[in-house]
Design a protein around this ligand. Sequence first.
Ligand code: FE2
Ligand code: FE2
Length: 411
Amino acid sequence: MTNKDASSSPLIDIESVGFDAGAHVFVKHALAALEPGQRLRVVGCAPGFEVQLQDWCRRQGYALEWAIEPGPLNGTRRVASIARDTQWGRWRDAMQTGRSDPRGANAVAEHARPDWGLAARGAHVEAGSPAYAFRLASKHEVWADNVADLYKQAVAAQWDPDDAIDWHVPFDNPPAVEAAVVQVMTYMVENENAALVVPARFLGQLHPHYRELQAALAIQVADEARHVEVFTRRIRHNGYEPSLSTAGGQASLKTLLDEPDFSIASFLLSVLGEGTFVTLLQFLQNHGPDPLTRRIAQLAARDEARHVALGMSHLLYRLEREPVLRMRLAQAIEHRHEALAATSGLNEEVFDALILIAAGEPTLSAITRGYALVQQLMTDMADGRYARLVRLGFERPLARELAWLHTRNFM
Ligand SMILES: [Fe+2]
Ligand SMILES: [Fe+2]
């Protein structure tokens, strides 16, 4: 570097401030103001500052040269000259984790790199950052176009069980009917536990780059925790304890937890299971024997409708790009049906409890009415599954068949 070049570059004086006292921030700030390719000249007089500056430049990845220039009082002085790279020093090999699109939002990448790790989407990640083994790291495997909206809706629709439910509302169910409510709520807690654990496990495997989905799954898990809470409180409301849990019901739910593919699990859990659950909750909202049960069912049904919407939206997104997935989804229903063929599916206790709930009292005429309502519930559940399968592009005869092959456990 010639003196002519040097004297044309900006010069800063850090005076007696050392690099152990904040001088680096001043140098960094001055470098940031330069155009790429320009040099920054630095002078100072703190003891040992030359070694400190040299060390800082090495760690930051800046090339540093020294020159002798004319100094004050006709003397000379050593001047540091730091090159401002096109990229910033040690950030020169940084990866950007998604580029801004014209609307200003950070673009969602088709594949998220393991070494983007936990960084905020859009951040620059320093080269050499550790790689994280997030199994779900491709957009088509997990994404849904309206996932950000669904998350926003979920945030706005959160409810506090103590405010949203009047736990002191008076009612007096016949003991047989109250026991039936307890049995159905016991069954529902078990199903809610599956609905909580399945998304929670995928959440831990999801690359945080897909943060809208991460948020939607997280709030879904919180919804399910609230459902477990209110159903449990309803069980204990009149001094009862949880009732019966069957091997068949647990076997059905276990197939959901055992499914490793996010899309197939969403299909079985959300589109079919939670979709069926919405119909059940609406049934309880309409035919529940007491205002407390009806209110709890109403609030839970609203949340479940969002979970179904997320599952549907994801499957529509993926099927559009990968129509062959439709066949795997059909096979998943068939395999599950075969795996559960030996179990009784929905236990007799739950089925009979639903009849008593709809009856409202254990008289013959009421039970006859309750039985007809539960038969209608089964048909409504299958019709709902059929409609969702058709929306996902299944041929009508196949959709009809698959709708009825769904687990007798409902979820
Ligand atoms: Fe739930
Ligand atoms: Fe749910």
